[in-house]
Write a protein that binds this ligand. Structure first.
Ligand SMILES: [Zn+2]
Length: 90
């Protein structure tokens, strides 16, 4: 993921830390915070719900437990809703 201020790449460990409190960017030293984007959640809820319904017969057809696909879709949904926002550290 990229810094919302200067677009430089951020390390995974510092992004993880920004879940709890804002972290400074290494390049521009501006603060950012990892959060869930509500607008993206609403935008994706329909295709996600649709694919959850559709994946069941397909996975049964392939002989793969549908729960594997369900978990995968939910994880991907959660990850794609994550976004970095500008947040001052002080
Ligand atoms: Zn930056």
């Amino acid at each position: 993921m990229k810094c919302p201020h200067c677009k430089s790449k951020l390390s995974f460990s510092s992004i993880k830390k920004s879940l709890r409190r804002p972290q400074p960017c290494n390049e521009c030293e501006e603060g950012y915070l990892l959060t869930l984007s509500m607008s993206r959640m609403l935008l994706l809820i329909l295709p996600v719900a649709f694919s959850l319904v559709m994946i069941r017969p397909i996975s049964l057809h392939w002989g793969i437990p549908p729960s594997i696909f369900t978990a995968l879709i939910v994880v991907l949904y959660g990850l794609s809703c994550l976004t970095l926002v500008k947040r001052s550290i002080r």
